[in-house]
Design a protein around this ligand. Sequence first.
Ligand code: TXA
Ligand code: MG
Length: 317
Amino acid sequence: MSAPILEPTAANLAQAATALREGKLVAFPTETVYGLGGDATSDRAVAAIYAAKGRPSFNPLIVHVASLAAAGKLVEVTPLAETLARKFWPGALTLVLPRKPHCGLSLLVSAGLDSAAIRVPAHPAAQGLLSMSGLPLAAPSANPSGKMSPTRAEHVAATLGDKVAAIIDGGPCEVGIESTVVSLLNATPKILRPGGVTAEQLGEALQMTIEAGSETGPLRSPGQLESHYAPILPLRLNADSVVAGEALLAFGAKPPAAPLTLNLSSGGDLQEAAANLFAMLRELDRPDFTRIAVMPIPETGLGVAINDRLRRAAAPR
Ligand code: TXA
Ligand code: MG
């Protein structure tokens, strides 16, 4: 049976917060993508998240908290972390920091590492759940492992509806791609996953150059692009024309002719493109076509994160 889709009223958030305190899972909106939330202090709840997503390996999860002060109870907030948190929280930035001893976080949430990835989400429904539950919430994107991230409540209902106690509907996600993950475990900050906050914005805040990196992890073979964020149809990237059988994911003012075109942003706006990315890929992913052609996206600003997701979606399965 699929879970109810609930408006984010105070009563519904209170009901969802109770479910979370009972160790159940709740899907909730954030400004980046919808999260599959569970109590980050409970190994059982965190294990249920891995199981629901069908994640093949224990990749560490992001822990969501209500404020910088709440983060400080769980991890060591270094001076660089404090600068970034004050500038970008609440928002699409995740910081990887050393876990505090006896922080109470599940070991599984960090996949056994002595660090934790932490973020303060901006979405009022996420903030409501955090304050009403009083819990740090582990929440990866609310999609089966390897599939596209959900940016609407219906996306969650279609795939994980039977795995959660409730789905909170906060409307379409404003940012549309996941948070930027930055490791602050060493002297120089490192971007582990490009996302909603750009390398340029980070560099400006810290007055240093931050190298835009790509998602890596302790369980990932180096240099290999893992298939991820993938629609059912194959993708052909950097397409400037369309061949028979293809639908077109366009960008910019002058897309080539195609039997079906969705334009990420006809005005060439990368923020608009990021917000549209996953919903449009889902819409083009239909059996009338054999492939999705994707026009080139500039590798600047948010384009770095968009291209990262597109390359993974196009990677061999
Ligand atoms: O926008 C987002 O970040 C969404 C929404 C729901 O908040 N959440 C999300 O969570 O994408 P998740 O758990 O799928 O992201 C985990 C990312 C992975 O790239 C993982 O490798 C990295 O964070 N990560 C988590 N803990 C880490 C750690 N201790 N060290 C290094 N990387 C870590
Ligand atoms: Mg994900």
